[in-house]
Design a protein around this ligand. Structure first.
Ligand code: PMP
Ligand code: GLU
Length: 423
């Protein structure tokens, strides 16, 4: 303190600090980035898919099972509808929450498939379900609020929550529980600061599907608390191998507490179209529309026109894709059962398996030591040239995610390579 009271010392200290900061910025301009962005992880699914692409560009024959993207083309009748819309001049801004006709079609879909009563004004169409989720989190979460993320979870939930200053609280289940948490686990994790719960069913990355009774039990816990909201991510609704899909908002009292997320990426194989949507209580839908109005406005106009056609048509092609995924799942499970040390559950939806590969931790292959799921996926990519995503990105470091949105020959060859690399 005595030193600081000397004006020359004070000047030297301030001067040094400023020059150090300027030097840091000149040498490393990314120091300019906000703390918020510096502490944010890159999407692991997208990163792994890019790594696989980079290897492929070097001429290496890589099989990428990392990105969760249907390998089917968008059904023709949907593409045709977009072409007609373009020709008819649907090329302008749309209302921020989406075309009224599309929101009416979504409202009817919610009624038809999910027994939910979201009015068109309670629906917001976004640039993908990812944006729908971000809109809800931004609308609800203040710094310091706790958000329960049911684990294993889809990679983006935690990063979106952290971006808002929310505190993710992970409540997990491993393979012994089919990766599904119990109502008691949920109850124990709720604190005075909990504001939101996020989960997906069918689940990315595990493929687990919460049954009606399981969701009713979770809802009974949630309804015991005031002011607790839920994001129910149902984007894999149509890729469900059980007899039916159940939405948590169907439980009496839960529609007021739930933002039900869905979209066109998976069920209609429209990932690149960037169209997702959400149904929520009016006050929340209005907030999401306000957020979106400042960030991106309405989603693309002619895509929305085509999306109306997708929702209003029979789901024949959607179900054909689901059946193809089911066949691949069965084939992949059979192939994986031949790899020693792989513990696999039977996924009931989506297009992922999430094997527990912790039996390999502490072992070395071709001089490469495997101690966690990152090591495992790194080794498999570099030595077997198969792209996977490590479970650490989804909150379970014992596992890896394999996407089977790939052709049967690719899946067979991928498993052959993995098996060989682990001999
Ligand atoms: N939720 C889950 C569980 C997902 O796997 C994905 C993957 N894309 C999304 C949301 C986002 O989907 P969209 O392409 O509609 O943004
Ligand atoms: N949802 C997909 C996945 O989990 C697509 C990638 C992404 O949006 O993160 O792989």
């Amino acid at each position: 303190m005595r030193g600081l009271s000397n004006p020359i010392h004070t000047f030297a200290l301030v001067f040094n600090t400023i020059t150090m900061q300027i030097k840091d910025i000149v040498v490393n301009p990314s120091a300019l980035l906000s703390d918020r962005i510096k502490s944010m992880d890159e999407s692991a699914t997208i990163k792994m898919a890019q790594k696989a692409r980079d290897l492929a560009q070097k001429g290496i024959n890589v099989i990428s099972l990392s990105l969760g993207e249907p390998d089917f083309d968008t059904p023709n009748f949907i593409k045709e509808a977009a072409k007609v819309a373009l020709d008819e001049g649907f090329t302008k801004y749309t209302p921020v929450p989406g075309l009224l006709k599309l929101r009416q079609a979504i409202s009817s879909k919610f009624k038809r498939d999910n027994n939910l009563n979201y009015e068109p004004t309670q629906i917001v169409v976004s640039n993908g379900a990812k944006q729908s989720i971000a809109n809800v989190v931004l609308s609800l979460i203040n710094p310091g609020d706790e958000v329960i993320i049911i684990t294993p979870y889809w990679v983006s939930y935690a990063e979106i929550v952290k971006l808002t200053g929310g505190i993710p609280v992970y409540v997990g289940a491993d393979i012994s529980q089919d990766y599904k948490i119990s109502a008691t686990q949920l109850d124990e994790a709720i604190s005075e600061k909990t504001k939101l719960i996020i989960f997906s069913s069918p689940c990315n990355p595990t493929g687990s599907v919460y049954e009606k009774e399981e969701l009713e039990a979770l809802a009974a816990v949630i309804l015991n608390y005031d002011n607790l909201m839920v994001i129910s991510d149902e984007i894999y609704e149509y890729i469900n191998f059980t007899s039916s899909h159940f939405s948590i908002a169907e439980v009496p009292g839960m529609e007021e507490r739930t933002a039900t997320i869905n979209g066109f990426s998976k069920g209609f194989s429209m990932t690149g179209w960037r169209l997702g949507y959400m149904g929520a209580p009016q006050w929340l839908a209005s907030a999401c529309s306000k957020v979106q109005g400042q960030f991106t406005s309405g989603a693309n106009s002619f895509g929305q026109e085509a999306a109306i056609t997708a929702l209003d048509s029979p789901l024949t092609e959607t179900y054909a894709m689901r059946d193809a995924f089911k066949e691949r799942r069965d084939m992949l499970l059979k192939l994986l059962s031949d790899i020693p040390g792989f513990k696999v559950n039977k996924p009931m939806g989506a297009f992922y398996v999430f094997p527990d590969i912790s039996a390999y931790f502490g072992k070395s292959f071709q001089g490469f030591e495997i101690n966690n799921s990152d090591d495992f996926s790194e080794y498999i990519l570099s030595h077997a040239h198969v792209g996977l995503v490590s479970g650490s990105a989804f909150g379970d470091d014992n596992c890896i995610r394999i996407s089977y949105a790939a052709s049967e020959p690719e899946l067979r060859e991928a498993v052959r390579r993995i098996k060989e690399a682990l001999l």
